[in-house]
Design a protein around this ligand. Structure first.
Ligand code: PHE
Length: 343
């Protein structure tokens, strides 16, 4: 009994002194476990005289229950503390500044190409793409360009392979070869635009790059006229540069269109009064166009008496440069982030 009283008196202090769950378990084993003093005493109750057994038994139970309660309280307190510590460690400080993750976007040229294509798609045009390495047949011959035409010279055209005339390979100098490829594989009516890279033996300067982008347009139907050409391109220019723009057609020459023209748009920057963007002319030249030459229809097996059509080729780089007042075409190809981030 003496031992039990001492044990009970010391228990609260010992339990309170425990700082972690593992030590608490060890102490629990020591105080009320199978080998503990209390358990041992319980087991030897039978050796006491029968009249003492209930008294001692009751004392033992009381001590056991009391110690178990104290242990449970301490365990709960330790578990709460552990949880608080975990929460504190894993706390997210939502007021911390974010790491600045740079977000990319489409290149100005891709944006401009998409915009041009979208305008023509809204007018009912299909979209096609073709090879950048072309045969001279598609790049020149089928487009009614005679063997002696100066555009074929090495000073203008980049040759990949001379070979025999029929398998001579060039980097396409325009997107017009796709007129031929598309008509070879489609019957009229044809309404199609062809975006793509083209190449010329030009030295890089403010307005020329040996690689640039065009969008070709081709419309072939029962009775397409020059008025359709002008109306379609005027609608395009208004959609791209704004409602206030006017356009004009100037006579020009291309082997594959007759008549041929250049389209100018009134300067969006000065509204035609003359400024740096339009070299003081009030107009900006943006594309070549014309009525499809009957010889081109014959090359693809269309009947020139039954169909007519118009074609145009617009310089996409030019569109991007003039609209944003960019003063050198190299900015579209050098991928300087300080430039690209502005668009
Ligand atoms: N292919 C011509 C060029 O690159 C543009 C053009 C296309 C002209 C279609 C008329 C018709 O200069």
């Amino acid at each position: 009994m003496q031992e039990l009283t001492e044990l009970l008196a010391a228990a609260p202090g010992r339990i309170d002194a425990v700082g972690d769950l593992e030590s608490l378990e060890a102490l629990e084993r020591e105080l009320i476990g199978r080998e503990s003093v209390i358990a041992t005493m319980r087991r030897s109750l039978g050796s006491l005289p029968p009249e003492e057994r209930p008294v001692v038994g009751a004392r033992l139970n009381e001590a056991f229950t009391r110690i178990r309660e104290l242990l449970a309280e301490r365990r709960a307190a330790l578990e709460r503390a552990a949880e608080d510590q975990l929460l504190e460690e894993e706390r997210v400080d939502v007021t911390l500044p974010l790491v600045d993750v740079p977000v990319g976007h489409r290149h100005l040229l891709s944006q401009t190409l998409d915009e041009v294509i979208d305008i023509f798609v809204s007018l009912g045009y299909a979209v096609a793409r073709g090879p950048e390495v072309e045969t001279s047949y598609y790049n020149f011959d089928a487009l009614n360009t005679p063997p002696t035409h100066p555009a074929r010279l090495e000073s203008d055209t980049l040759y990949v392979d001379w070979g025999e005339p029929e398998d001579e390979l060039v980097l396409r100098t325009h997107t017009s070869p796709m007129q031929i490829r598309y008509m070879e594989t489609h019957q009229p009516p044809v309404y199609v635009v062809v975006p793509g890279r083209v190449y010329r033996a030009d030295t890089l300067d403010a307005t020329h790059s040996p690689v640039f982008n065009q969008v070709e347009g081709l419309a072939v139907d029962a009775d397409i006229t020059m008025a359709d050409l002008k109306g379609t391109l005027a609608a395009f220019m208004r959609a791209f540069f704004g409602k206030e723009r006017t356009v004009r057609l100037l006579p020009h020459f291309f082997p594959f269109t007759e008549p041929s023209a250049e389209m100018h748009v009134s300067c969006f920057n000065c509204d035609g009064s003359g400024c740096r963007v339009c070299s003081n002319t009030g107009w900006i030249e943006l594309l070549g166009c014309g009525m499809v030459d009957p010889n081109v229809f014959e090359a693809v097996g269309y009947d020139p008496a039954a169909v007519s059509g118009f074609a145009f080729g617009v310089g996409v780089d030019r569109l991007a440069l003039v609209r944003h007042g960019i003063n050198h075409i190299k900015h579209l190809y050098e991928n300087d982030l300080r430039v690209l981030e502005q668009f």
